[in-house]
Design a protein around this ligand. Structure first.
Ligand code: BEZ
Length: 278
């Protein structure tokens, strides 16, 4: 799953000092990240390719009705359909949903923080999407309501300390321009204990929830990754200055993230969980 990002959001006034410690305030005027299917295919195919372990945790059974939250252009939705599941994919990006529909999938444009399904799914599944949810409780609540009793919510996304080095490079380059990173941060990277608490608070029984490092080799350089995933941080920079900004962040991160073979690796972590609606 891929392209994911809620609809509109507002400037962030309620963050705590540790950016991983609390969910950002859900907001109304924060521009969503946009997703270009061809750029996504070139720079982010690894997102679905690395989805096998969370699919295994989901353990889909043919005939089950499954909601794929943040289906993107549909590679994992397709896998579930090929296994004989009846899958509905939702994604905030109309362009990605169109690409998923071209595969013959039931994909719909929708905000994962405003799901309106009611007790109709055996499982809610999500890969690499929930860290874009500025209102995590709304996403958890939507999954809860979408599930039948006994249904499971299985997900994986960026967790605590995810892309911490990348964020450091962005923060320094933004600070040199007098821009506060947190004012433009679209990401929410929870710890396992925080996310478990949120799931339990909604009523889920948490079967597993963990955060672990997953250094992720990139198909291109960190500049291409930033262009694909970090659009929000470019917005406060005038268009003519964006290329220099990206060069600067890449140079800052070279020693930390580029190997002797020239290949770049992003310092991802994963939050992976399985929770059941009793
Ligand atoms: C992630 O999958 O962890 C991720 C993706 C885009 C931006 C930040 C993190």
């Amino acid at each position: 799953m891929d392209a994911k990002q809620p609809g509109a959001q507002t400037p962030d006034t309620a963050r705590m000092s540790d950016p991983d410690a609390a969910a950002p305030a859900p907001d109304a005027f924060f521009m969503p990240q946009t997703w270009d299917p061809s750029r996504y295919a070139a720079n982010a195919r690894f997102v679905a390719e690395l989805g096998a372990p969370v699919l295994e945790l989901l353990a889909p059974v043919p005939g089950e009705r499954i909601l794929d939250v943040g289906c993107g252009d549909g590679p994992l939705t397709q896998k579930l359909a090929d296994l004989g599941c009846l899958v509905v994919g939702i994604d905030a990006s109309a362009a990605q949903v169109e690409a998923a529909r071209r595969l013959g999938l039931d994909a719909r444009v929708g905000d994962a923080q405003r799901l309106s399904f009611d007790g109709e799914f055996d499982a809610v599944f999500s890969n690499a999407t929930l860290h874009w949810m500025r209102d995590p409780d709304a996403a958890i609540d939507g999954a809860w309501r979408a599930l039948k009793p006994g249904g499971r919510f299985v997900g994986e996304c960026g967790g605590e300390n995810c892309v911490a080095k990348v964020r450091g490079g962005l923060e320094r380059a933004l600070a040199r321009r007098g821009i506060r990173m947190e004012d433009h941060n679209p990401w929410y990277f929870a710890s396992a204990s925080e996310y478990s608490d949120r799931l339990r608070a909604r009523g889920f029984r948490v079967e597993s929830c963990e955060v672990f490092p997953r250094p992720t080799p990139l198909p291109k350089d960190i500049r291409a990754w930033l262009e694909t995933f970090a659009e929000n941080f470019l917005r406060p920079i005038e268009t003519a200055g964006r290329s220099a900004f990206l060069d600067e962040v890449q140079e800052d991160l070279r020693a930390a993230l580029q190997g002797p073979d020239g290949k770049w690796t992003a310092d991802y972590t994963r939050l992976r969980f399985k929770a059941v609606k009793p």
